[in-house]
Design a protein around this ligand. Structure first.
Ligand SMILES: *Cc1c(COP(=O)(O)O)cnc(C)c1O
Length: 216
């Protein structure tokens, strides 16, 4: 199947409230343009340099999402154009994003990444750290960032029950925090292998790469 066919099939299977991020990391611009020409406007990348090179070459009505781990000293390279940063996992990073956005007169949308997996390798905040950051933001309203939701990655496993447990945990956190923070509207969870389960568990944004563009 072509990139276009893959994309249209996945899109037609998503409920209308679920946003599709086409994860294009490692793929050439020609592949991204196939998806663009089939109507896709949101692309996800996990390396700032690669994303910036693609942003420079591609149409300017694309929304670029940073889905990977972000180093504080690299925020400046994407601050001009990035539309959503999924992997915010510290207050320090949030403050730097705010600073770089302010220099460019922008407000950058962010998601707080929550640690839900049973693996050591995944980044993210625990429940206490999450509440600390949200509490900080209630007292010190940063003008140039907006935290619009949460993001999480499940354990890399075939055990569906395990994945489901982790997604439901993130959804319960999201629902709890939403009652105090009306700006929390986005729950980014689900990739090629588990997005259907993620949607059943309450995801509003799925990040799909290999099922659209093929393996990496
Ligand atoms: C690579 C990546 C994805 C997409 O993974 P696929 O399995 O190819 O769909 C989603 N989220 C993050 C954070 C990623 O790094």
């Amino acid at each position: 199947m072509s990139i276009k066919d893959n994309l249209l099939e996945i899109k037609s299977s998503l409920p209308p409230h679920v946003i599709l991020v086409a994860v294009s990391k490692t793929k050439p611009v020609s592949n991204l343009m196939e998806a663009y020409n089939a109507g896709q406007r949101i692309f996800g990348e996990n390396k700032i340099q690669e994303m910036t090179e693609k942003w420079e070459q591609m149409p300017k009505d694309i929304q670029w999402h940073m889905i990977g781990h972000v180093q504080t000293n690299k925020v400046k390279y994407m601050a001009e154009y990035v539309s959503l940063i999924h992997g915010v996992d510290s207050l320090k990073l949030l403050l730097e994003i705010n600073k770089q956005a302010a220099k460019r007169n922008r407000v950058i949308n962010c998601l707080l990444q929550v640690y839900i997996a049973e693996e050591e390798s995944k980044f993210g905040l625990d429940e206490n750290e999450l509440e600390e950051i949200l509490h900080y933001l209630q007292n010190d309203k940063l003008q140039n960032i907006k935290v619009i939701g949460l993001m999480g990655m499940a354990t890399f496993t075939d055990n569906q029950e395990q994945i489901k447990k982790e997604f439901l945990y993130l959804k319960s956190l999201f629902d709890k925090l939403k009652t105090q923070n009306s700006s929390l509207i986005t729950l980014s969870m689900g990739m090629s292998g588990d997005y259907k389960l993620a949607i059943d568990c309450g995801s509003t944004m799925v990040r799909i790469g290999s099922s659209i563009f093929g393996g990496r």
